[in-house]
Design a protein around this ligand. Structure first.
Ligand code: SAM
Length: 247
């Protein structure tokens, strides 16, 4: 690439991603705070506000949070609903899920937040099972993104909502330069400091650069069958939230 480090083939991609998250599971949330300066919390809270989970659902209402890691988004959604909805956290990585399961148990939420190992490209759930699907900073890591989007569509009920929070393309002059300098130097350096290895973080930063920009990604979501697809930028496009509906 023009960034001076080698790219990774599709086949190796999932393996590398898995290594990163096995290594960092215990320190994952601290890394998130460090690397985003706490902004990931603000973006996730905004995502939960857009979803606006029901506080008095007429019937059982269930969220599927894919690539949900330690259950951050799922927990926020359940809390926002005054503990009246349920959530399933699905992630390919058991180390992340174990940290999340412990945390949910300690928070007294183990009845409402469940953890299930699975691949976003091949979800272990029947058709039309969920009222909402969220994926935060996860879809970028999935080798076959169109496949994951089709799976999202499949497992949602009619009238179900899709929300995807992901790093995106910065559209503010100067901020893009600062952001590039920060991510290519500071992020691998912090990764090395906390986990002892900067290389996986170089790869994660590169994956942000390769991810389709806002309009392109919206098109991919429409191609998977979603309707009323829109997006909004957060922090000048450092992150973007894409949403759509299944009808
Ligand atoms: N959503 C959480 C959050 O925002 O804090 C975790 C995001 S973390 C950056 C990315 C997660 O994607 C990791 O937990 C990783 O294991 C998971 N992941 C990577 N590839 C996946 C796949 N193919 N299917 C499901 N999860 C995957």
């Amino acid at each position: 690439t023009s960034f001076g480090f080698s790219t990774v083939g599709e086949g190796e991609k999932q393996g590398l991603v898995n290594d990163v998250f096995h290594k960092v599971a215990e320190r994952y949330d601290i890394m998130n705070d460090l690397m985003s300066g706490g902004l990931h919390r603000v973006w996730k809270d905004a995502m939960v506000s857009v979803l606006a989970p029901p506080k008095t659902p007429a019937s059982e209402w269930t969220l599927l949070d894919v690539a949900g890691g330690t259950g951050d988004v799922a927990t926020k959604v359940v809390r926002r609903s005054n503990e009246s909805v349920k959530a399933v956290v699905c992630d390919i990585n058991n180390s992340m899920l174990n940290v999340g399961q412990d945390r949910a148990t300690k928070a007294g939420l183990s009845e409402l937040v469940r953890f299930s190992q699975g691949n976003a490209e091949d979800l272990p759930f029947p058709d039309k099972s969920f009222d909402a699907y969220t994926i935060a900073f996860g879809i970028r890591n999935v080798p076959d993104i169109p496949k994951a989007l089709r799976e999202a569509h499949r497992v949602l009920k009619r009238g179900g909502r899709f929300l995807c929070l992901e790093f995106s393309e910065v559209d503010v002059p100067m901020l893009d330069k600062v952001y590039d300098a920060f991510s290519f130097n500071a992020i691998p350096a912090m990764g090395k400091m906390v986990t002892g290895d900067g290389e996986p973080y170089r790869y994660l930063v590169e994956s942000i650069r390769k991810f389709p920009h806002q309009e392109q990604f919206a098109r991919m979501i429409r191609e998977a069958g979603f309707e009323r697809v829109t997006y909004r930028n957060y922090s000048g496009g450092i992150a973007a939230l894409h949403t759509g509906w299944k009808y």
